[in-house]
Ligand binder design. Structure first.
Ligand code: NAD
Ligand code: GLY
Length: 355
């Protein structure tokens, strides 16, 4: 098992290994004395992994409660959040107790926000069970729900006390959900680490998942420790996300986060090439790598349709928006543009290179 320390406003470890869910309680006990633990999970993950985590927490002296919500991005809303907070209050959780987010990024984001809000903040443990949650959403303390107006528009920075990532849980993921994680892993390769990108471009990944998770978490922890509150370097992690969030919203969340950011990354790369901002062309390499892993790369919406949703994104600040521009595979940079330029950038992003 690997132990990766994260240095942020709260210091914590990310544990990465195989079969480690069975000792989840023991790992929790290393950092949090036995107390009440509320396992927050979704309707798909509950029958798969809740018993294992519950038994381990009970064996380590915790008393365990469960809150299960309907799986899916559409549950990442204020109603689910309120229901979790009311459940904790009805069961007399106090500030010395903990929440345990068992599931993918939806569970982690909503349980993390509930932990940030409940009695002005209680500790929580992330137990990611999707590839995406393992490499991205469980680390770094961004928590959120979606509003009707758009994606992740209400949230808080609230770091977990521990992250327990058992790569064995990926074995039960549907291929399309695994692919969503691949999109974020390719993003890490594109923004800072060419060899990681090349592994997805040409190599095999299935036997190397714990190393890939470790590489991604290492990239993320470096960016989070430099810029926990997303005012600078951390924004590189948003590559493809401004357009991706717009696509998710326009689709009513029927296009998954991974597919949406996959399309968003390709569009940003095409636009950057056509604006002569790249040092090497990268959009074709990027789209081939994404398609190799079953991800969508073509946007079903027109520039005008995307524009409004992009302008509602939280990465906008006044009349400007900061975009992540690839200069070559393995290197991206931040570039702030006036919001008036966005429609043209979207149009360029929609043009395939061979058109
Ligand atoms: P998800 O949590 O909805 O999980 C996807 C599907 O897989 C769900 O149906 C879930 O029930 C199921 N599932 C989860 N684990 C499983 C397992 N081991 N076996 C079988 N099925 C399983 O989605 P996701 O792709 O994990 O996460 C996407 C979310 O993460 C989005 O809301 C996105 O905004 C958010 N996100 C947040 C951050 C952050 O920094 N906070 C970063 C990236 C993405
Ligand atoms: N997923 C983007 C971030 O954590 O900053």
């Amino acid at each position: 098992m690997k132990r990766i320390p994260v240095e942020a406003s709260r210091k914590y470890d990310v544990l990465v290994g195989y079969g480690i869910l069975e000792n989840a309680g023991g790992y929790c006990r290393e950092v949090i004395e036995p107390c009440k633990a509320l396992i927050i999970t979704d309707s798909n993950v509950e029958p798969l992994y809740s018993d294992t985590v519950t038994a381990s927490l009970l064996n380590s002296g915790y008393s365990v409660f469960h809150y299960v919500f309907t799986a899916g991005e559409r549950s990442k809303n204020i109603h689910t959040l309120t229901a979790i907070l009311e459940f904790a209050a009805e069961n007399r959780f106090t500030r010395t107790d903990i929440f345990v987010a068992l599931g993918g990024g939806v569970t982690g984001d909503i349980a993390g926000l509930a932990a940030a809000l409940y009695q002005r903040g209680i500790r929580y443990v992330q137990v990611p069970t999707t590839f995406l949650a393992a490499i991205d959403s469980s680390v770094g303390g961004k928590t959120a729900i979606n509003l009707i107006a758009g994606k992740n528009l209400a949230g808080a920075f609230w770091q977990p006390s521990l992250v327990i990532c058992d790569c064995d849980t990926f074995k039960t993921l549907p291929d399309s959900v695994f692919a969503d994680g691949t999109a974020e892993a390719i993003k890490y390769g594109m923004i800072t680490e060419l060899p990681l990108f090349e592994q997805f471009e040409h190599g095999s990944i299935s036997r190397d998942l714990d190393n890939i998770v470790t590489s991604c978490v290492n990239i993320k922890r470096r960016l989070v420790s430099r810029d926990e509150y997303d005012r600078g370097a951390r924004q590189l992690l948003n590559f493809g996300h401004t357009i991706g969030h717009a696509i998710e919203k326009l689709s009513g969340y029927s296009i998954s986060h991974g597919n949406a950011i996959s399309i968003g990354m390709v569009m940003m790369s095409r636009a950057a090439e056509q604006m002569s901002m790249t040092r090497e062309p990268c959009s074709k390499r990027l789209s081939r790598a994404l398609e190799r892993h079953g991800l969508e790369t073509e946007c079903p919406y027109k520039a005008g349709e995307l524009l409004e949703a992009v302008l509602g994104d939280k990465k906008r600040s006044g009349d400007e928006i900061t975009l992540v521009i690839p200069t070559r595979p393995g290197k991206c940079r931040l570039h702030t543009v006036p919001t008036g330029d966005i429609e043209r950038i979207l149009e360029l992003g929609l043009k395939r290179g061979d058109e």
